[in-house]
Ligand binder design. Structure first.
Ligand code: AMP
Ligand code: ZN
Length: 106
């Protein structure tokens, strides 16, 4: 069984509510929100970070998932962030895209 927290979430081990999901990714609320709305778009496939991603199609699919999840959440204006590497603030080493909207404290 994977030790990766996001893999565990994807596998349903914490009963995390997915605010949006599709074939490629799940979307859930960040546990420590840095904005009024703070969502994480997480690929179902475990990839450590953007540096380890070599699947251009998946990257495109993830960005489309960002757009669809934002729309589903009623967001018209939002910021997307990908932290890559420890020094840049990456804490969870399973690729994810932050969606931040409203008052952003980041
Ligand atoms: P990053 O710093 O880019 O790796 O972002 C990791 C994010 O995951 C942080 O904003 C954390 O608050 C969030 N996070 C960590 N554990 C969980 C969890 N169990 N459920 C939801 N969000 C989490
Ligand atoms: Zn993982």
């Amino acid at each position: 069984m994977s030790e990766c927290i996001f893999c565990k979430i994807i596998n349903g081990e914490f009963n995390t509510e997915f605010v949006y999901e599709d074939e490629y990714a799940v979307v859930f609320k960040d546990i420590n929100p840095k904005a009024d709305t703070h969502l994480l778009v997480v690929p179902r496939k475990h990839v450590e970070s953007l540096n380890e991603l070599d699947d251009e199609v998946l990257l495109g699919k993830l960005m489309m998932t960002v757009k669809k999840a934002a729309k589903a959440a009623g967001l018209k204006s939002y910021r997307t962030v990908i932290n890559t590497g420890k020094e840049a603030g990456q804490e969870v080493f399973h690729l994810h895209i932050h969606i931040l909207a409203g008052s952003i404290k980041l």
